[in-house]
Write a protein that binds this ligand. Sequence first.
Ligand code: PLP
Length: 344
Amino acid sequence: MIDFLSDTVTHPTPEMRRAMAEAPVGDDVYGEDPTVNRLEAMAAERLGKEASCFMPSGTMANLTSVLTHCPRGYEVLLGDESDLYHYEAGGYSVVGGVVVHPIRTRPDGTLALSDIRAAVRDPHDPQCARAGLLCLENPHCRSGGRVLPLSYMGSVRALADELGLPIHLDGARIFNAALALGVEPAVVAGFADSVQFCLSKNLAAPVGSMVVGDAAFVADVRRLRKMLGGGMRQVGIIAAAGVVALETMVDRLADDHARARRLAEAIAEIPGIDLDLDEVQTNMVFFRVDAPGHDGRRFLAALAEQGVRMGELGHGRIRAVVHYQISDADIDVTIEVFKRTLMT
Ligand SMILES: *Cc1c(COP(=O)(O)O)cnc(C)c1O
């Protein structure tokens, strides 16, 4: 099967499996796992922050970050199309008593500065919850994997400083954003106080995310990780794959962007496919199907019968995610399957 469902379906590379088998380990709850320590140092350095903490998932990375920034009863301002809002089970409210204040997400994944400003209530009004944190997502997944421009990130940073709000960046695929922007990931991370990124997606590690931030922040995040049951012992076995991910899987992301682009350009020509090529900026291709005899669901079923898996992702759109297990030949086959399904 050619599997475009998500880049989370990627399997560890042979080099990762070898590194996992041979990893030096120790008890990470005591800070004694050399492989975890190495991964955390690498992550902090790559993102230009003081410190880092290895996490079992992006969800826990975001949860511990939000709880560290945002006191109980304060509001977290986040986009109404963000992963944090849609797919993380509302943990910040359940666990942390944090109040969610969703802000309308524009089609390009940005939040209007005026909407951010308007979301901050009068701090002198005793009836109002106070804002404690602003979250951004870059690339913005549900907007098609679109990349928030640096100028926008800079404007939000200036506004957040004026409002006295820290910024947490959900940078699950921050390396894809940096590649699309043509800058080092640390430049993207530089607009935020803290960042989470995933090793388990297009970087192909089996498990794991990293939180990066300043040392005091990361120390609090680490305590919350333990509180949530995420303190792990000889977890260097898993972190070893993360080290290989950072060493070997970042530079090749350009191949995925090129393949996503080629797929998008080819299928955009097919009658019945509604696709905005401007949206295709990273490794994701979003489109709709409206053709005689086909709606999204029937089309997905027809693809599956021919060995191509894609998924629905919000508002009836179909999403194809390109990753290292999708080759040029797979793209060719997929384009043919699309043509066969919709043009014959
Ligand atoms: C996948 C993802 C997460 C959550 O990561 P998990 O490891 O699946 O918990 C958070 N934010 C974004 C934008 C993601 O794509």
